[in-house]
Design a protein around this ligand. Structure first.
Ligand code: GLA
Length: 395
């Protein structure tokens, strides 16, 4: 959650940029996915949490139809017209906001011109969904500003559409959903086909939380170079698996419909790589369901083991890990009190997520960066995360 200082700084920034008080300030968090990786675009299951790193937007209506944006983090300004929302190759950072404005209008919502300042502390390019946080924060600010009645689920869907169709990144639904619907001290179980959700407590029932187990994110500091092309290739391989398997399993429309046992029966009929990709997805879906059960029964040891298995599957079958992620995971697991550790997000760099007993966190923060630096020469960032609420209007 934003401290009052951060909000006051943003509002001050708005006054300096636009010479008036903002009418609305909204926020939306980044996320870390506990388990269920590369399952969302296969109609499967995910279990992310919203984290205490967020994007904030202060905004005020204008009397014309111009939109003026200032990105405080890069000190860039851009202007566009509501009737003519276009790409701006020199101000690509603004494509997320432009896309959200366009998608709201396409759905028939009436917007006027406005000015907005955007800032935040979700590290960008680290796989903690800074893009989704920008989209959802912008959407939340605009809907509050113009009194639009947009349910959080609808907001998440239109933000995903903005990213797919306007920004041009073919992401699934997980990131926008958790940024819009997260709940403090809960993980969000999402069925990416039906869009049904269940808030899974991380404190109380499970004993997780400040005094108990902590969610620790470690950033490899590796730029995620290959991520877009490899991500699209994985999606295509999953579609190929469905196409081939549907010869024997009529009626399936996604890997969600295939059980690990069924896949095993047809292993010989799929090209080896396609079979391994499919095996990751079907076993990962099963691991998410088992993880929810483990969390609900307070069995964090089993939950940690499922995280470890998820990493092995992403590394060996899905091949989206990189050596630096593997080094971080191994370093984390060598600390007594670490229950599980895995890469999180799309892969090819970015972050790991570890489940760490409260009393082991200090040792983790001391030892893991040291071991990682020694083996890679890179400086990792470590964030002990608090699970927070999804998007909200602050003032
Ligand atoms: C990225 C995408 C998500 C999801 C993950 C992998 O974060 O934006 O939709 O596919 O990769 O689980």
């Amino acid at each position: 959650m934003a401290t009052m200082d951060a909000v006051e700084r943003l509002r001050q920034n708005f006054r300096e940029q636009f010479g008036a008080q903002p009418e609305v300030t909204a926020r939306a968090p980044g996320r870390v996915n506990l388990i269920g990786e590369h399952t969302d675009y296969n109609d499967g299951f995910v279990l992310p949490v919203a984290i205490d790193r967020e994007v904030r937007v202060s905004a005020r209506r204008r009397s014309d139809s111009e939109v003026h944006l200032f990105a405080a983090n890069f000190e860039r300004r851009t202007v566009f017209h509501l009737e003519d929302v276009q790409h701006h190759p020199k101000e690509r950072w603004s494509h997320y906001q432009r896309g959200v404005v366009l998608m709201l209008q396409r759905r028939g919502y009436k917007l006027g011109g406005f000015e907005a300042v955007i800032d935040g502390d979700v590290p960008s390019g680290a796989g903690l969904s800074s893009s989704a946080a920008v989209e959802v924060a912008m959407g939340t600010a605009i809907t509050a500003l113009f009194g639009l009645d947009v349910e959080p689920v609808q907001l998440a869907l239109l933000c995903q559409e903005a990213e797919n169709e306007f920004v041009g990144v073919n992401c699934g639904i997980m990131d926008q959903f958790i940024s819009a619907l997260g709940r403090r001290d809960h993980a969000l179980f999402l069925d990416c086909r039906s869009l049904e959700t269940r808030q899974v407590p991380l404190r109380g029932a499970s004993g997780a939380g400040e005094a108990g187990t902590q969610i620790v994110v470690s950033d490899t500091a590796v730029k995620r170079g290959l991520v877009d092309s490899e991500y699209n290739r994985r999606r295509a391989e999953c579609e190929e698996a469905v196409r081939r398997l549907s010869q024997w399993l009529p009626g399936i429309t996604a890997l969600r419909d295939v059980t690990p046992e069924r896949l095993e029966q047809h292993a010989a009929e799929l090209p080896e790589v396609v079979w391994r990709r499919a095996r990751h997805v079907v076993t990962e879906n099963a691991r998410v369901l088992a993880s929810v059960d483990a969390l609900l029964s307070g069995d964090l040891t089993s939950f940690g083991r499922l995280m470890d298995e998820s990493h092995a599957s992403l590394r060996n079958d899905y091949e989206v890990s990189v050596p630096q992620l593997d080094v971080l995971v191994t370093a984390a697991r060598s600390i007594p009190g670490v229950l599980g550790s895995r890469m999180t997000g799309a892969g090819f760099g970015g972050c790991t997520v570890s489940l760490v007993q409260g009393e082991a966190v200090a040792e983790f923060e001391r030892q893991v960066p040291r071991a990682y630096r020694a083996q890679t020469g890179l400086d990792p960032s470590i964030y002990v995360c608090r699970p927070v609420d999804g998007a909200s209007v602050l003032v």
